[in-house]
Design a binder for this molecule. Structure first.
Ligand code: KG4
Ligand code: ZN
Length: 353
């Protein structure tokens, strides 16, 4: 049953007269976040990271993450509203991530957002987390436009899309096994670096020599565009096992291995991106998602794009990793178009675009 009747498009005239403020809620993994976006700017973006809670386990524990979201979300939402200088009264709509992500954490966010929307009578919409990442460059760049090629590199995804318009996305490449972020996290574990692995490996890589070791890049037999990073992970493992002497003597350092590993990931991403851009003739490129916070990856892609006169966009670090602002942005665009969800919206851990 859909308890919300309005499937009415908000007209340009209405939006000119009344600012639509949307509250975005994100709880798909280990960041509890809420933000307010008004169609022009981010009024607040509060992110509570659960990293310290999960660090001792070496990775996110879904059950603990769900409980932590439950504990933190009300205060995070209150803070987002107060930082935006808005009470719930001034909020026009509520948006929430309903997938993909971890089931328990998603259920907490979706249930909370539904209850809040129902009790306050606000417009309500479910947002695809991947669409949030993909469209996040719109939050900071006035000149960013469709169509563009968008790379979403996160803990769970390594996808390249051609984004033709709002809601119209073609998936050109995805991973067949590990996602880029997952590969970073697993490599970090093998190298004895703490969780979360991505930032630690990238820090270590900056101090290493990336020419000492050459790890193989996965080649797809069927000439497919897809990524595969599990072979690289195994190569790193074997290298560490077989070169204990060199590592102990300092002939090869953890930093060198991290640098060679990171270089392989970056080269693979650049290569596939190059093919998508060439085949499509698209002249705008964006990289988003947690792994987009990697400085070397950003620099390499920027260099690649500049050499080819392709516009390049990457969100600031706070908007690369999970955040409520990107959910509020997509929520705003959905509500504006009358794309509302009912109280029957359910968390969808395997949601795709
Ligand atoms: O987008 P995100 O915050 O959450 C998901 O939707 O998965 O991405 C988290 C992933 C983690 O795997 C983390 O290790 C990785 O992004 N990450 C990085 C960096 N910062 C975060 N990977 C490489 N270099 C970084 N600087
Ligand atoms: Zn994410």
């Amino acid at each position: 049953m859909n308890l919300f009747t309005p499937r009415k498009l908000l007209t340009k005239k209405y939006l000119r007269r009344n600012t639509l403020k949307v509250l975005g809620i994100e709880t798909s993994c280990d960041e509890t976040s809420a933000a307010v976006y008004d169609g022009k700017k981010i009024l607040s973006n509060v992110i509570f990271s659960q990293v310290d809670t999960h660090k001792v386990y070496g990775g996110v524990v879904p059950e603990i993450a769900a409980r932590e979201h439950l504990n933190r979300l009300p205060a995070v939402v209150d803070e987002a509203l107060s930082k935006a200088g808005a009470g719930l009264k001034e909020i026009g709509g509520i948006a929430v991530t309903y997938g993909p992500g971890l089931a328990g954490p998603l259920i907490v966010g979706v249930s909370y957002a539904k209850a809040l929307a129902y009790a306050s009578g606000k417009k309500f919409t479910g947002v695809n987390h991947l669409e949030g990442h993909l469209l996040s460059p719109f939050l900071e760049n006035k000149d960013f436009k469709f169509p563009f090629a968008g790379i979403v590199v996160s803990g769970g995804h390594t996808n390249i899309y051609i984004a033709k318009d709002f809601g119209s996305y073609d998936l050109m490449a995805s991973t067949r096994d590990d996602a880029a972020g997952e590969a970073f996290d697993k490599a970090a574990k093998m190298l004895g670096l703490p969780y979360p692995g991505g930032p630690e490996v990238s820090k270590a890589a900056l101090k290493g020599n990336d020419k000492k070791i050459v790890f193989p890049q996965a080649q797809m037999k069927d000439n497919s565009m897809d990524f595969s990073f599990s072979g690289l992970k195994t190569s790193v493992l074997y290298y560490i096992q077989r070169n204990q002497g060199k590592i102990k003597s300092g002939q090869v350092t953890i930093e060198d291995i991290a640098a060679a590993f990171q270089k392989t990931i970056i080269r693979t991403i650049v290569k596939k991106t190059s093919r998508v851009l060439k085949d499509s003739g698209i002249k705008t490129l964006a990289i988003t998602g947690g792994v987009a916070a990697n400085i070397s990856l950003k620099e390499e892609l920027k260099k690649f794009a500049m050499e080819r006169k392709i516009g390049f966009y990457a969100p600031s670090n706070l908007l690369c990793t999970d955040n409520g602002a990107m959910i509020a942005y997509v929520g705003y665009e959905r509500i504006k178009r009358g794309l509302l969800s009912g109280m029957n919206l359910e968390a969808q851990p395997d949601l795709k675009i």
